[in-house]
Design a protein around this ligand. Sequence first.
Ligand SMILES: [Mg+2]
Length: 266
Amino acid sequence: MTPRSARTITFDLDDTLIRNAFSRWVIPEIAENLANGRQKTDVARSLHMRHRRALERGDAVTAYDWQVHTDALAEESGLAAGTVDVAAVVRRHAVPDKVRLLHDKTIPVLRELRDGGWRVAILTNGFRVYQEPVLRATGLWEEVDEVFTTDDLGWAKPDRRAFAAAFGGASTTVHVGDRIDHDIQGARRAAATSVLMRRDAPFVGRTAGLDADQLAVMRAYLVKSAAAQRAAVADDVAAELLPDAVVADIVDLPPILDELGEEATR
Ligand SMILES: [Mg+2]
């Protein structure tokens, strides 16, 4: 029997396991508190822009520091930094009708993996103060072995050091996520098996057996997804970032992990 720590699977959080409350609830509330005579929608757009620009220049650590963006906009509005405590706003909206699991069987599947000997961890570029309330509200907190956040680590995906910290020396390593740059490119740089999990996946299964036509569809999908995510990768690079497997729902994952078997050990 291999020790539990020999096999580690990490999951991205936002848009992989959960839908958070940022766009619908948190950003609008921050914008309302910072408007000070400006249009709320303009302030909200500026917040999103600051996040996106940091993502596009590959600075994920700054991108997910919502307090920094909020304080900068507060000053633009003639308000003091600290006018809005982003963590407090997130906590207020981390309730079950505003944050939710994306897949109905998430908790049974995570239990199945852990029962099967996998160490299950969350590896998120979000900060702990924003992610922990959401993990608790969705019931995930009790269902994983560890949670790694950017502010804990000092590195963000796709930096291989973020993956190395989360994998902790495991010999079999798998990462599951929705972003082409952070999750798929990151997992590949970290020499982990990469699984793209997205509802709109063009097919489900391992990519090793795809024929030329399917590969072309997959590459076009990767380019389109990377653009929609404003990923910090060029189109020709995105087309080459083929994950080892693709799933649309978390229930697809355990059979594919079995199939990947030895391939997951590299
Ligand atoms: Mg994500």
